[in-house]
Design a protein around this ligand. Sequence first.
Ligand SMILES: [Zn+2]
Length: 124
Amino acid sequence: MEATKLNYFRKRLLAELRQHARQVGEDQAAAIDAANDGAKESADLSLRDVIGEIALRLGERESQMVADIDQALLRIEEGSYGRCVRCNTPIDERRLEALPTARYDATCQAAIEDANGRSARPTL
Ligand SMILES: [Zn+2]
């Protein structure tokens, strides 16, 4: 994925992260900006530390959403963002627009939901 697009999605993810952080407190939201703005090595806290701290204070569901954002940011750093973690196919950008934390392409997502659905769906 092009650097400008990666940067765009990184900003989207950080904006989402900031919203979750606000639920914990303005201090945490500010910590994200500080960790993100500062030169990586000189910041008091790394972004990853801040994210971990926030996730600890959120409920289970939101904590999972924060973890998804964290993993998406990691994939951006590793250069694997925008590719399905299951089959390595590039994920449709419209899909990433709608869900920047998406880790599967539509085909794998459907296959996984199908597999889960069959066992999880209550039989009426
Ligand atoms: Zn896939």
